[in-house]
Write a protein that binds this ligand. Structure first.
Ligand SMILES: Cc1cc2nc3c(=O)[nH]c(=O)nc-3n(C[C@H](O)[C@H](O)[C@H](O)COP(=O)(O)OP(=O)(O)OC[C@H]3O[C@@H](n4cnc5c(N)ncnc54)[C@H](O)[C@@H]3O)c2cc1C
Length: 335
């Protein structure tokens, strides 16, 4: 066992030495993932790599893929539960954050903050992204998860994504991305990595766009105080039409929005508000909001998620599906 571990360490040393030789790349060993997730949870990554240029990022991806170690790309960690034991592989972050305008289109590198892209489009007098004001995280992850709020999602204005498929850089148009509610082809093709996205927008008065964004921001900052260590909604909402008829009959019509029933409604019915496990709590004002109130752990977070799923399944016979993503953890399965 000792020699196996030594062999692995030597393999990691060699991989990290090759990574360190790539310009515009920073490499850390045993990087605490708690610093890279908004939950503030997660043990060390064997290696964490940050690339500030696309060339460096591609070089690091090629190296990580051929190293024999597990690897994962993360953004700002605002939708991520990382294991308490960490991740015994290579975690990559892309910091390329250039945002450019071409007529009515705006393109952003995957490492740009979604909020910066939204602000850029507003200042440029381009409508289409302003309802996403206040959604934290990177552009890459927003495409991956088809992020959205207040009636619009990334998929409503995206025209092209450039990505790395493991052997070459390719582009997909909107249809090729196979967008769905909080999903895209990138959630299924785990080895594909988003590099840049382009959005087609409509001309509008910046003052009007700014007004919309600031009204939304005011609501959001009451719901999600900036210091709250959470991932936004833990579970996806549910399509009303896909519910079993007996369940649909119990749902009050006024809570159905854009054809979806908030997961929070089901969670409320099973007494989720205020539930806790260790330092992990369900907000007492929002049943789909789970946060770390202190020294919370991934083990407690996963146990609470499992408990919430079990309660909803027992009462309604339906499965809640996580919006949040896992790193170094198998999604909790219902027993
Ligand atoms: C307070 C709060 C409010 C939120 N509100 C909303 C909301 O209204 N609407 C909404 O949609 N979301 C919301 N979220 C969730 C979160 O903001 C989004 O999911 C966001 O897109 C995550 O971005 P990130 O960079 O932090 O991704 P991370 O959490 O770092 O990663 C999420 C996933 O994206 C993948 N990923 C990251 N970068 C890439 C890439 N370049 N290529 C391929 N895959 C990649 C990762 O592997 C991971 O699986 C909220 C979160 C918080 C904390």
């Amino acid at each position: 066992m000792l020699s196996y571990n030594r062999h692995k360490m030597q393999g990691l040393d060699r991989t990290l030495a090759r990574l360190a030789s790539i310009p515009n790349l920073a490499v850390w060993r045993e990087a605490p993932l708690s610093r890279y997730t908004r939950f503030g949870i997660g043990g060390p990554a064997a290696a964490l790599v940050e690339a500030s240029t696309e060339e460096a990022f591609l070089g690091a991806l090629v190296e990580a893929r051929s190293s024999g170690f597990e690897w994962a790309v993360i953004g700002a960690g605002t939708n991520l539960i990382a294991a308490d034991a960490g991740f015994r592989g290579i975690v990559l972050r892309y910091l390329g954050n250039r945002i450019r305008r071409h007529g009515r289109c705006v393109s952003a590198q995957a490492g740009a903050e979604l909020e910066a892209l939204v602000g850029f489009a507003i200042d440029a007098g381009l409508r289409g992204l302003e309802t996403m004001a206040g959604i934290p995280g990177s552009v890459g992850a927003a495409v991956y998860g088809n992020a959205g709020a207040y009636g619009r999602s990334v998929s409503d204005s995206l025209v092209e994504v450039r990505f790395f498929d493991g052997s070459s850089v390719r582009a997909l148009d909107n249809a090729g991305c196979q967008f769905e509610y909080r999903g895209s082809i990138f959630k299924k093709q785990k080895g594909w990595v988003i590099l840049e996205a382009q959005f087609a927008l409509e001309p509008a008065e910046p003052a009007e766009l700014r007004r919309t964004a600031s009204e939304i921001l005011a609501v959001r900052s009451r719901k999600y105080p900036p210091e709250m260590r959470c991932a936004g909604s833990i579970f996806k909402n549910l399509f009303f039409e896909r519910l079993p008829p007996a369940v649909a009959a119990q749902v009050p019509a006024e809570i159905v929005r854009e054809g979806k029933v908030p997961a929070a409604w089901f969670l409320e019915q099973v007494g989720a508000k205020g539930l806790s496990r260790g330092d992990i709590r369900v907000a007492d004002y929002h049943a789909n909001l789970v946060y770390n109130a202190g020294a919370g752990t991934a083990a407690d977070l996963c146990a609470l998620i499992e408990e919430l799923k079990r309660r909803v399944r027992a009462r309604f016979g339906i499965e809640l599906e996580e919006e949040v993503q896992y790193l170094g953890i198998q999604p909790p399965a219902l027993g």
